[in-house]
Design a binder for this molecule. Structure first.
Ligand SMILES: [Zn+2]
Length: 287
């Protein structure tokens, strides 16, 4: 099994998005009044192949840069992206020797543009996402919420992830993504109401491909809700469950925008701990 961290460009947002300020609607509006930008943060996508390649999120796409500036007040003023065409996930996979037909499955943690922006590279893959997230992101309502459904490839018709009441650690819902059961999707609501994460079990170690459950590991450990989440209590419960998992099992926590996710993967550094077994042969970070 291999996990590759593939960086598909950069994003920066207002600092009030990364760590929410205040509560309720004020916390969400604080993104618009905040004048402070974060540094440029990575946009990671993840690839894993136990029984055929599984891609987790597709990163940003260079064709979306201009569109994303014009559609929505959040996109226009509160987020900025940088990506060159050769930094998209397709060319980076080809550099790893993985062609479009090698990718058996694409799992989307959610449908924000920096996670589904590389979909065009996967016309032959089975694409799965949570049905609630698919419904929320579609149509006019989705566009009003800051999704870009009109920029999805015309063939995009994701299969719903049907979760089963099969607990994984503190999480009550999961769905196997491999026959071996070593790759699972789990429901991690918060950043969006139907956000999912993917966990990869490698021996005693869990690689937690976290999407946007938090923007970095420190915020997860501190239980700090971001500025986007609709429901603080749900977000806090999810962050708490990830922390409980990390306290119980050896867990490498890998959020999409954490500048340290690539090195943490390469060194298998466990959440909340320094060190780890350096230089594992099974994991690679690419930029
Ligand atoms: Zn997001």
């Amino acid at each position: 099994m291999q996990i590759h961290a593939i960086q598909t460009g950069f994003v920066r947002t207002k600092t009030a998005q990364i760590e929410g300020r205040g509560h309720g609607l004020l916390r969400q509006l604080a993104i618009f009044t905040d004048r402070n930008w974060t540094e440029w943060l990575p946009i990671y996508a993840w690839v894993d192949h136990p029984e055929g390649v599984i891609v987790v999120d597709t990163g940003q796409g260079s064709h979306l840069l201009e569109t994303s500036k014009s559609l929505h007040p959040y996109m226009r003023w509160e987020a900025a992206f940088k990506i060159e065409r050769e930094q998209e996930i397709g060319p980076q996979l080809r550099a790893l020797g993985i062609g479009p037909r090698d990718v058996k499955k694409v799992v989307l943690t959610h449908l924000h543009v920096d996670h589904d922006g590389g979909l065009a590279h996967f016309p032959h893959s089975r694409i799965v996402a949570d049905s609630g997230e698919i419904a929320r992101a579609a149509g006019v309502r989705g566009a009003l919420l800051g999704y870009l459904p009109r920029r999805w490839p015309s063939w995009f018709d994701p299969a719903p992830l049907d979760f089963a009441a099969e607990p994984f650690g503190p999480f009550s819902l999961s769905r196997r993504l491999t026959e071996a059961g070593d790759v699972l999707a789990i429901a991690t609501p918060g950043h969006t109401a139907d956000h999912v994460s993917v966990v990869v079990r490698d021996g005693d170690t869990i690689f937690f491909l976290a999407g946007d459950t938090s923007y970095n590991e420190a915020l997860m450990l501190a239980g700090k809700v971001d500025g986007i989440s609709a429901d603080e209590h749900i977000s806090i419960a999810t962050l708490h469950n990830i922390k409980r998992l990390a306290q119980r099992d050896s867990t490498v926590y890998l959020p999409t925008h954490d500048p340290n996710s690539g090195t943490r993967l390469a060194s298998r550094r466990l959440a909340g701990k320094c060190g780890g077994s350096e230089g594992s042969p099974i994991v690679h970070a690419m930029s």
